[in-house]
Design a binder for this molecule. Sequence first.
Ligand SMILES: Cc1cc2nc3c(=O)[nH]c(=O)nc-3n(C[C@H](O)[C@H](O)[C@H](O)COP(=O)(O)OP(=O)(O)OC[C@H]3O[C@@H](n4cnc5c(N)ncnc54)[C@H](O)[C@@H]3O)c2cc1C
Ligand SMILES: NC(=O)c1ccc[n+]([C@@H]2O[C@H](COP(=O)([O-])OP(=O)(O)OC[C@H]3O[C@@H](n4cnc5c(N)ncnc54)[C@H](OP(=O)(O)O)[C@@H]3O)[C@@H](O)[C@H]2O)c1
Length: 412
Amino acid sequence: MARRVAVIGAGVSGLSSIKCCLDEDLEPTCFERSNDIGGLWKFTETSKDGMTRVYRSLVTNVCKEMSCYSDFPFQEDYPNYMNQGKFWDYLQEFVEHFDLLKYIRFRTTVCSVTKRPDFSETGQWDVVTETEGKRDRGVFDAVMVCTGHFLNPHLPLESFPGIHKFKGQILHSQEYKSPEGFQGKRVLVIGLGNTGGDVAVELSRTAAQVLLSTRTGAWVIHRCSNGGYPYNMVITRRYLNFMAQVLPSCVLNWIQERQMNKRLNHENYGLSITKGRKPKFIVNDELPICILCGTVTMKTSVKEFTETSAVFEDGTVEENLDVVIFTTGYTFSFPFLEEPLKSLCTKKIFLYKQVFPSNLERATLAIIGLISLKGSILSGTELQARWATRVFKEVELYIPSKGSYWNNADCE
Ligand SMILES: Cc1cc2nc3c(=O)[nH]c(=O)nc-3n(C[C@H](O)[C@H](O)[C@H](O)COP(=O)(O)OP(=O)(O)OC[C@H]3O[C@@H](n4cnc5c(N)ncnc54)[C@H](O)[C@@H]3O)c2cc1C
Ligand SMILES: NC(=O)c1ccc[n+]([C@@H]2O[C@H](COP(=O)([O-])OP(=O)(O)OC[C@H]3O[C@@H](n4cnc5c(N)ncnc54)[C@H](OP(=O)(O)O)[C@@H]3O)[C@@H](O)[C@H]2O)c1
């Protein structure tokens, strides 16, 4: 039976993992490379440490009623959607309430996680860490990897001919903290995810002009839905889930399109989903107003850059650009794992239920939080952590040679 568990990262996923270890009488030690809890929810003024974090104006996109840990609701006086500071306060309260701080070693980076020579019998791992230049080694019965989905910026410069000639400022949204420094500038934002929408709207208040380029468009959801209720509360309904399961996808898409265009005809706003592309959703209350008022102009994808301008797929050209911000998302990796485990974990398909690498002789390593959900990630990571810790505890039951439990065909 596993006892000592190494938890890597003290963000949302790491905190629920520590708590679930304690619930199962396991002994967690959490290693966190930064000096605080909360992972990307810990706002800092700069991004010099290379960590992905929230920008100053960020507001949660799932309402509080649907985004707390199961045994720790938000306080009554917290708003339904809260800014990043309030959300971090909640995580801090969670840590204090369950007395989790004593299990976390801050400023400690996990450098390597390797199987011990007797792994096939013991399932144990060697974990090498570094704290302010000092290396340490520990043996753990199980490992929970909670290093997040958003480790490195995805900056696809090679997809943009001429970008190296461009003489203006180029940055990725990982570096974006606030609109200061963009006053009076002509800014091109590339990529319509939640970040792209937020950054475009925020800059539209101070920049001379904001252009927002999208390859695929997006359905834009408002935080405030029918009757003024938070949209997650309105759409999270058993009958809607039931319909999603029984109706053919073409009918579902047709209903969805009608619903989404009822409030906002996306085509008129340059937001409609490109034919053949998978629909995606963003949460943004102000983007349509900004487009209506001309402070944000929607553009198609960029064909090429010149020294000062961008040429778009529809043939239009925007001259005198000062800044290009790539809001093109993030990638993840597990630099501390050895091959072939490292590559297998990076391809989610090889993770049983997106948690357990399916090729291990012993199920003593779990990836927590590598999920994209319609709702909040808190409940998802909590369920994953609860399951993983129970498997660790009863790990003998899950040896692949003793059953068909580890069937790759079951992987999601
Ligand atoms: C800008 C932004 C806004 C978001 N808004 C929402 C939202 O409103 N609602 C929602 O549900 N989700 C949101 N998300 C999704 C987000 O994934 C989750 O909210 C959540 O923060 C993820 O937590 P995590 O613990 O998995 O990862 P992270 O918060 O990234 O934490 C990972 C931790 O691991 C540590 N770490 C990494 N490598 C090592 C190492 N080698 N050694 C030691 N420590 C290490 C890092 O320092 C970090 O503290 C947002 C994501 C982003 C990027
Ligand atoms: N709480 C909040 O409100 C909030 C705010 C920000 C972020 N978030 C969360 O943070 C996470 C990351 O969001 P994100 O918006 O940074 O990233 P994202 O969701 O991955 O979106 C990145 C976008 O960049 C574009 N893109 C990607 N590769 C490209 C390429 N090669 N060329 C051109 N465009 C490319 C795509 O948009 P196109 O298809 O339009 O080209 C894509 O949708 C998500 O989970 C999101 O929900 C939440």
